[in-house]
Design a protein around this ligand. Structure first.
Ligand code: KG4
Ligand code: ZN
Length: 335
């Protein structure tokens, strides 16, 4: 069965088509103009989605060499995200589904990041610990099955990606700062300065990144007042990245250890980070299996929405959804 999916929760307009579990096309357009404002401007983001969505959808069908007559299920991100941006993709997909009489399902953005590690796979091995780490969220889950998740911890303030972006801004780097910090850190001295990793009393799996961010700010103010040109960018990026990654890895491994779980899935925009990938891969020598999405599926994309929709379609017992339109899907294709 072919699933057509749209993702438009933030500043990427994306459309994808999947053939069962396999991606046939995954078109992503990033709204680069937000760089001029140093962050996302929600109203401009939704207007840009409106301008481009039909072209992105057409490209996804052209690349997959399919037409609307081939599609069996339509999906779109239903949240969380920027409301104006969500509305564009969600309503486009719903209109597409209604006008072609195809069942429709709205998908949770975080849940789709969680499953993005397994895109292409028909079987997923449960249980696993999932770290979803993006620009908007940093959440640690215990995942025991489809629709069976427990939140073990989450950030108490900034998301890790948000901290990357804010620190990048302090350093005079463009938005989004995560990929730039990652690149600059590659040739930096990670031990140049020790930034603090936060521990939250009584909440071993919760994160906090605003302290690291503020300590970078104070460090810059104290040591390079008014003279940003003298900042040792590579060393500072490497030291900051070490602290953020250290906190993400240690809490995830501690959860895996305490719950006796060997499988770990790391996803979301920050899962593209090279240090994060390297540090988690080191844990495989202690018997952990670590899953990452392909890099193109780390940041926002419609393939993860389509894959999650198809997983739900296959694995949720008929009638277990309160979503009327999905029930129609079961009536039409069986389950
Ligand atoms: O998942 P995503 O595309 O959007 C949200 O759902 O938030 O994540 C975007 C975030 C941004 O904060 C960006 O700076 C961060 O992911 N990011 C990275 C890297 N690539 C993207 N952070 C660190 N290292 C990277 N290589
Ligand atoms: Zn995302």
């Amino acid at each position: 069965m072919f699933t057509f999916a749209i993702e438009s929760s933030c500043d990427e307009t994306s459309a994808a088509i999947l053939d069962n579990f396999e991606v046939r096309s995954n078109i992503i357009l990033s709204q680069l103009f937000h760089k001029d404002y140093g962050g996302i401007v929600p109203e401009l983001a939704s207007r840009a989605h409106i301008k481009t969505i039909d072209k992105i959808v057409k490209s996804s069908f052209d690349e997959a060499n399919l037409s609307e007559l081939d599609i069996g299920l339509v999906a779109a991100t239903r949240g969380p995200g920027l409301i104006g941006s969500l509305l564009v993709g969600f309503n486009f997909a719903k209109g597409f589904a209604a006008s072609n009489n195809i069942p429709f399902i709205g998908i949770d953005h975080i849940e789709s990041h969680l499953f993005s590690c397994f895109i292409g796979k028909a079987e997923i091995e449960f249980p696993f610990i999932s770290l979803v780490v993006s620009g908007g969220h940093t959440i640690l889950f215990l995942v025991c099955g489809y629709n069976d998740y427990k939140v073990l911890g989450q950030t108490q303030d900034d998301a890790a990606g948000e901290a990357f972006d804010k620190v990048a801004k302090m350093l005079g780097l463009e938005y989004p700062g995560g990929p730039l910090i990652d690149k600059l850190a590659k040739v930096g001295n990670e031990d140049y300065h020790k930034f603090p990793e936060a521990e939250i009393k009584g909440s071993p799996y919760d994160f906090s990144f605003s302290g690291i961010k503020t300590s970078v700010l104070y460090y810059l103010r104290k040591n390079f007042p008014g003279d940003t040109l003298k900042i040792p960018l590579n060393d500072l990026c490497a030291s900051f990245q070490k602290a953020v990654v250290g906190s993400l890895v240690s809490k995830t491994i501690s959860a895996a250890k305490n719950y006796g779980i060997k499988n770990i899935a790391v996803s979301g925009g920050v899962s593209a980070n090279s240090r994060l990938r390297n540090e988690f891969m080191k844990c495989t020598s202690n018997g952990y299996n670590v899953f990452f999405p392909e890099k193109i599926y780390s940041t926002d994309n419609a393939a993860m929405i389509g894959y999650t929709a198809y997983l739900k379609y296959i694995h949720s017992p008929a009638g277990s959804f309160d979503n009327e339109i999905l029930k129609q899907a079961f009536a039409r294709f069986g389950s």
